[in-house]
Every structure is written in C-alpha cells, then in structure tokens.
Design a protein around this ligand. Structure first.
Ligand code: ATP
Length: 261
C-alpha cells in the first residue's frame, strides 16, 4: 500500500510486500545498521507470515486484511532519557495511541486492556508486542491491526476487525499516521521527564485510558494458578496494581500468562 501521510510522520517508512515477523526483521536490521534506522522508523506489511504474541504465542492474520506495524523507538535520540524500568510503559503508550487512532477512524467503544491489547466490544482488534534490541539501545513496538478480516476468517474467537466493528473501509494510511503521531508525542513526554510516569502525567493518563483499571480480573500465572483480584491502578513502571485475598501486589506483564475479566 502507498501511505503518504504515514510517510510524512515516520522518520523512515519501509513497506514490504510480505514479512515473517516485522518486529524480528526491524530488530535485525536496526541492530545491523543503526544509523539507517532512526527514532520513529517504521517497517510495515499487510502480509505477516510468522507473527508473534507475548510468551512465544502465535499472531496470525489472513494476507491483505490486516497490518503489521513495527516502530523503532530510540529514547537516546530524545531530550531526557528512558531508564529500562520505564520500558513497561511503552506497549501501553502504543495502546493508547492505537485506541485514539482507530476511534478517530470511526470505531466506537474502543478499550485498552492491560498490558498490550486494544479491544472493541471485548474482542481483540489490535495486539501489541514491545521488544528490546539485543544491545538494549532501542525498543521495537509492533502492532497487529485487524482491518478488514471477515467473520469467517478470524484467527481466534476472541478476535475482531475494524470492518466487523462497523468501520467498513478503514483508511490504513490515516490510522497509521495518527497512531504514529500520538505515539511520538506520548513517547516524547515520558522521555522528556526522564521516564518519570508521574512528572510526565503518563501514569494518570494511562490509568484513565486503560479499561482494566478498576475491574475485577482473573490473572493466570505461568505455573497455571489463577488469581482473582481487583485492579486498582498502575505503579511507576506500568505494572498492574491489584488487591488479592493475600493483599496488595503489583504484577508485571511478563509474569502474566493470561488476564481475563
Ligand atoms: P490473552 O489474549 O490470552 O490475554 P495476550 O493478550 O497477551 O493474551 P498475545 O500473546 O499478545 O495475547 O497474542 C497472542 C494471542 O492472540 C493468540 O494466542 C491468539 O489467541 C490471539 N490472536 C492471534 N492472532 C490474532 C489476531 N490477528 N487478532 C486477534 N487476536 C489474535
């Protein structure tokens, strides 16, 4: 696809006909030749053949009806900095940015689910995966966005697409450009405050935007146990603060196998 608006927001836009995993390919290329991949570089395709979710899970979509969008974030190129302890915010910033972009495209009832999903009517329209470059110099934030997938082609019963949610002809260029622009500003604000989620206002913003906060959740842990808890907020690193029978706790995205309402 030709994406002139996206091209004007991205510092570099590479659109490929097909990719295995756009995250993996961007990580490889940005590691091999960092100077060619500045902050806010984008690798994008509408046919991703080996997409991944969290914890090695598969992300799949029929060719031509969804986008895989990987964005390179280099906090070192911004004023301020981003300590590794603040990286947990990045998928949430991307989630807010995507929520706003698809809402502007006409989708109603869009919700951000901690730590990395964007839902419409409780179903996943976009999944987000943030990964660190091996040398920890940058982060790649990938999102799989279901644009026009039909009801009979959905990759999971928990999935939906913008078309199924009532946006008949989603404008991919407008959505990706809006997403990038939102993400650029949010990232700037967080880095500008040195990763201080309170000083930057990011914590209160995400707590407002994230529908998980305030809800009863069922958290499945890697050992298979399920904790029922009330989500009360986010801590300074973007972890979910919960109250369980055992008392208050903070859970990191990496420690949660599944989170259900
Ligand atoms: P969960 O949804 O179980 O809480 P998660 O949100 O962390 O976990 P990921 O691991 O990031 O999910 O994504 C992988 C899961 O997303 C797969 O197990 C599958 O159920 C679902 N999935 C795969 N492809 C798509 C898609 N195109 N659209 C929506 N959901 C998908």
């Amino acid at each position: 696809p030709d994406l002139p608006r996206t091209r004007s927001v991205a510092s570099r836009l590479v659109v490929v006909e097909r990719a295995g995993s756009t995250n993996r390919e961007l990580i490889e290329q940005a590691s091999a030749s960092p100077a060619e991949w500045p902050h806010l570089s984008v690798l994008l395709t509408d046919e991703q053949t080996a997409g991944r979710g969290r914890l090695g899970r598969q992300w799949s979509a029929p060719p031509g009806s969804s986008l895989a969008i990987s964005v390179l974030l280099r906090p070192d190129e911004l004023p301020g900095s981003l300590p590794v302890g603040a990286f947990g915010w990045l998928p949430l910033l991307a989630g807010v940015a995507m929520k706003r972009a698809i809402t502007a495209a006409g989708a109603a009832g869009v919700e951000l689910k901690w730590p990395n999903d964007v839902l419409i009517s409780g179903k996943k329209v976009c999944g987000i995966l943030a990964e660190l470059l091996p040398d920890a110099s940058a982060v790649v934030v990938g999102s799989g966005l279901n644009l026009t997938i039909g009801a009979d082609e959905l990759p999971a019963p928990t999935a939906t697409s913008l078309r199924l949610a009532g946006v008949a002809e989603p404008d991919a260029d407008a959505i990706v450009a809006a997403y990038l622009d939102e993400l650029r500003v949010l990232m700037y604000e967080l880095a500008n405050s040195g990763g201080d989620a309170d000083g930057s206002g990011i914590r209160s913003l995400i707590e407002r935007e994230c529908a998980t906060v305030g809800r009863e959740v069922r958290i499945e842990l890697p050992d298979g146990t399920i904790q029922v808890a009330k989500a009360t907020g986010l801590d300074e690193g973007g972890r979910l603060m919960v109250i369980t029978d055992a008392g208050p706790a903070a859970v990191a995205a990496g420690d949660v196998t599944h989170l259900r309402y």
